[in-house]
Design a protein around this ligand. Sequence first.
Ligand SMILES: CC(=O)c1cc(-c2ccccn2)c2ncccn12
Length: 121
Amino acid sequence: CVLKASQKRRPLSRLLEQLLRNLEKRDPHQFFAWPVNDNFAPGYSTIIKRPMDFSTMKQKIDDNEYKSLNCFISDFKLMCNNAMKYNKPGTVYHKAARRLLHAGLKQLTPQKLRPLGDILT
Ligand SMILES: CC(=O)c1cc(-c2ccccn2)c2ncccn12
């Protein structure tokens, strides 16, 4: 039988796309959906040396740039930590980043991922 396009994807890519969709649900305001724009965030690109956002992570999945789950998790943490570095505590973005990081890492624990089997080894 002919596989659908999605089924042709590498197993890791399909897993990462699933994990990304679940992480994006924790960003209801879509603060993290796109690269932060210096027009909204003055000086952002001088303060944050390695910007990251969900659209960039999606592109990296599609380009097979993630060689492991840990590389994917590192970009997720980078994205959240950038927001907690640039935005002062108490701001809507700092609070959203803390919540997203906390909720996201709970989804990425070994206990939650073990059922996915040896795809991660
Ligand atoms: C994630 C982040 O730091 C962020 C997202 C945004 C944002 C996200 C969507 C639309 C407009 N702004 C933002 N604006 C000002 C300062 C920081 N930010």
